[in-house]
Design a binder for this molecule. Structure first.
Ligand code: ATP
Length: 255
């Protein structure tokens, strides 16, 4: 088996300030990597660089495309966009950033299928209905706009919109952030089911250790733009080696 994603020495500065520095890791197919750290540790910067939303200053991001491993950073913009559409998904913390609020729930899901070539209306609607069900949105809401949905429903719709095309790599930025605790628990449960069932490969940024405990196979702990510790999730959380991770785990650092 070859890696799905290989990241080498990724660095992004904002003027003199470090966004993230010298990040290297490998993601294997079917693996979920959690990235944790307090606010300002560089998690979002790293995720944005990986997903192509931000141009790093240095480094390599090698993705296993259908045509073999390619450095995403060296690709032509049009090729990278095509790859992002067909192979990747990005779940934003705020569903408004990942949904089209003026389009119906069914349209939000169906549009992604059309973007990768689906043309048959009946088929698209059937698959959209199926996916709404999988994220626990009643079929009768298919023609409602997300503006009529609660925050938790909007987030579940965003997840359906992102997973309907069967992406090979899913980026998630604080997927349960900004929701009530009970809504978070339900969403987390749903995500765990989908991750297992679909064998998803994902990179999840969060400051919530409960999220990574439930979803991530492996964990990367960031501080001041650098990785201070990485390993299997249970190992890192149960026996943290770095003093900063120990603080995070003991909840002294509430972020
Ligand atoms: N657009 C920007 N311009 C200048 N500095 C930035 C910018 N975005 C982030 N930074 C800085 O880069 C560092 C990493 O920030 P980043 O937002 O990646 O951290 P984070 O761990 O995602 O934090 P949060 O959880 O609050 O989103 C911080 O020092 C931050 O101030």
């Amino acid at each position: 088996m070859s890696p799905l994603l290989t990241v080498r020495n990724l660095t992004k500065r904002y003027g003199p300030r470090i966004g993230c520095a010298d990040i290297s890791f490998t993601l294997w197919p079917g693996e979920v990597l959690g990235i944790v750290g307090e606010s300002g540790s560089g998690k979002s910067t790293l995720l944005s660089c990986l997903a192509g939303h931000l141009r790093p200053d240095q480094g390599e991001v090698i993705f296993a495309t259908d045509q073999g491993p390619r450095d995403v950073l060296q690709m032509a913009e049009a090729d990278r966009r095509r790859l992002a559409r067909s192979d990747w998904a990005f779940v934003h913390q705020n569903p408004r950033d990942g949904l089209r609020m003026g389009v119906t729930a069914g349209g939000n899901v169906g549009e992604r299928l059309m973007a990768v070539g689906a043309r048959n209306y009946g088929d698209i609607r059937a698959r959209a209905t199926d996916w709404l069900g999988r994220v626990e949105i009643a079929a009768e809401r298919i023609d409602d706009r997300p503006t009529a949905f609660s925050g938790g429903m909007q987030q579940r719709l965003q997840i359906a919109r992102n997973l309907v095309t069967g992406p090979r790599l899913v980026f998630m930025d604080e997927p349960t952030g900004g929701l009530d605790v009970s809504v978070q628990a339900r969403l987390l449960d749903l995500l765990r089911g989908l991750v297992r069932e679909m064998g998803l490969s994902a990179i999840i940024v969060t400051h919530d250790l409960a999220v990574v405990r439930l979803l991530a196979d492996r964990l990367m702990v960031m501080k001041s733009g650098r990785v201070v510790e990485q390993g299997l999730t249970d190992q890192v959380l149960d026996d943290p080696q770095h003093a900063y991770t120990q603080l995070l785990v003991s909840s002294v650092l509430q972020v």
